[in-house]
Design a protein around this ligand. Structure first.
Ligand SMILES: C[S@@+](CC[C@H](N)C(=O)[O-])C[C@H]1O[C@@H](n2cnc3c(N)ncnc32)[C@H](O)[C@@H]1O
Length: 327
């Protein structure tokens, strides 16, 4: 498995290497503690490293890492137990040596909606901010990017991705325990940046978009996906304690409002290319995510409302570009 800081050499000269390195080292020191909370993910992650998959296929809806015939039944049981340590699985589907992992979200649907607007990823430097277990990073791998860097501050998701990639061995994919708040360390670095399922969790969404703008190379592309409220008005909902039972939710814009935010942050050629209502077919409890899910977040008498009485969520997809340098 490549060391997670190997990605530094793949970044352009503009990256603030020393600061990234010292933050990386600080975070590694933190997760390397011999405490239960860290070992519960680190131990299963390390136990999976010897299982290198012979077949890896990231081109279909299910990310396939290893076939069922590559392990004996004892090894398969060992892998299954280790994979269950990363529960609840939010993003998927994956199939690992024949073990089907049906995650809470049907993430392949989001990827299918992005596909028509995907820029060329070949040899590109890409960031996936809030990458979770890396489902979308694996889907990017077949396009032969130079680097996909996932920023993910959650230790659980970090180790889950590390475990998956220790078996899949996709050399272009890297993760670090960083967050959207660290984008200033990456000026003019990324050709393509994905920000999906994040912006409504930020108190200053336009500042986030400005940070992304400066982290993109001139001519670079942002693909932005977000929860949204329905409607065309240039407004955002500011919920009280929770939105659809989720705390830490700040502004939930309409698609049009998000479009305006992107323009205010400096983006060019902004396009809202997809909008759809959320549904319990796409986000639901499964064997690998046993907690409450979408149907528990929605008013049972009126599916147009959340349990708090707010408009039920839509999802929106936007693309924008950082201006190219004109000669
Ligand atoms: C709603 S999930 C979205 C996951 C994925 N991007 C998607 O669209 O399916 C939000 C993710 O952001 C991560 N996250 C939390 N705080 C973050 C931060 N400060 N910067 C970046 N990601 C963060 C969470 O751990 C989680 O994996």
């Amino acid at each position: 498995m490549p060391s997670s800081i190997d990605y530094l050499s793949l970044l352009p000269e503009t990256a603030r290497r020393q600061e990234i390195l010292s933050l990386h080292q600080e975070r590694q020191q933190w997760i390397n503690q011999q405490k239960k909370g860290f070992l519960r993910y680190r131990t299963p992650c390390e136990s999976l490293a010897p299982f290198a998959a012979r077949t890896v296929d990231c081109t279909g809806d299910t990310v396939i890492i290893g076939g069922p015939d590559e392990l004996n039944s004892d090894e398969q049981a060992q892998v299954r137990e280790a994979m269950r340590a990363f529960m609840p699985w939010r993003k998927g589907p994956f199939s690992v040596f024949g073990i089907d992992i049906d995650a809470e979200w049907r993430s392949e649907r989001k990827w299918q909606r992005l596909l028509p607007m995907l820029p060329d990823l070949k040899d590109k430097i890409i960031a996936d901010i809030g990458c979770n277990n890396g489902y979308y990073m694996f889907r990017m791998a077949p396009y032969r990017p130079k680097l996909v860097l996932g920023l993910e501050p959650s230790m659980q998701h970090y180790y889950c991705f590390k475990a998956l990639n220790s078996m899949a061995r996709q050399d272009a994919l890297h993760i670090d325990l960083l967050g959207v708040e660290h984008l200033s360390l990456f000026p003019d670095c990324f050709d393509v940046l994905f920000l999906m399922g994040i912006i409504y969790h930020r108190a200053s969404p336009i500042d986030v978009l400005r940070d992304i703008y400066q982290a993109l190379r001139p001519g670079g592309t942002l693909l932005l996906e977000s929860q949204a409220i329905p409607g065309e008005a240039p407004i955002a909902l500011f919920p009280d304690k929770t939105y659809a039972k989720v705390p830490g939710t700040y502004f939930i814009p309409t698609g049009h409002c998000l479009h305006l935010w992107m323009e205010k942050a400096g983006f060019d050629e902004v396009e809202l290319f997809c909008q759809h209502p959320m549904s319990s077919e796409e986000q639901r409890s499964t064997e690998w995510m046993a907690f409450e899910s979408y149907s528990d977040f929605i008013d049972p008498r009126n599916p147009a409302l959340t349990v708090e009485g707010y408009p039920a969520p839509h999802r929106v997809f936007l693309r924008g570009r950082k201006k190219a340098i004109s000669c």
